[in-house]
Design a protein around this ligand. Sequence first.
Ligand code: 13P
Length: 251
Amino acid sequence: MRRRIVAGNWKMHGSVAENTTLVDKLLQGFPADAGADCYVCPPFVYLRGVARQLDGSAIRVGAQDASAEIQGAYTGEVAAGMLADVGCSAVIVGHSERRTLHHDSDQLVARKFMAVQAAGLTPILCVGEQLGQRESKQTEQVVGRQLDAVLDLVGVAALGKAILAYEPVWAIGTGRTATPQQAEDVHHFIRKRIAALDGKIAGLVPVLYGGSVKAANAGELFAMPNVDGGLIGGASLNAEEFLAILQAART
Ligand code: 13P
């Protein structure tokens, strides 16, 4: 059985005061036997504070991005080793907002993936198509290309220590969720593509779904055989909602 995972991507939201309250509520409501691994991914500046507050709990901390470089004159960048230093255990790479708004190419995402693993952290690699690409039936081509860029650089074995997330861009922050079958179809495609290289790794790597996941739709999405949990945006800012999604991920 693959691990179930629920990760909250806070994006560029929060403040010291708001995060403290949110994390307090998560800690209060967090079940002793969650049945799924849980991550929260605050903005860079809050990572250390949130990691300290979560110290000793089962909730892990992830970052939303990392530099592809190890260190040096890269003003504004944050190295994966620094993220490990402040208590992160995972890093999102290739989020669609990075790919579209910040022009992270498939190759740059692959290098970030490699840098994250080199720092001993778990990459959460996001892939997903835009609406026009889905409508012109290019979903598999786009997702396959995004995946291949990473496989080409790091090799399939590296996916044994990674988390994947399928996030259709048209479903992010729009309230328009992929149907469970739409999600399952792409998750199955991803697993098949990895299985062509290594069946064991394909069976092990968790593939999360992200895009307008809420407590109300999480159960039906997580019930699909190839959906191993969720990468949650907006709903992860509300403790009750996020804990209810975590509850839905119980096997
Ligand atoms: P929403 O859940 O707000 O649609 O965001 C999904 C996402 O981008 C998580 O990384």
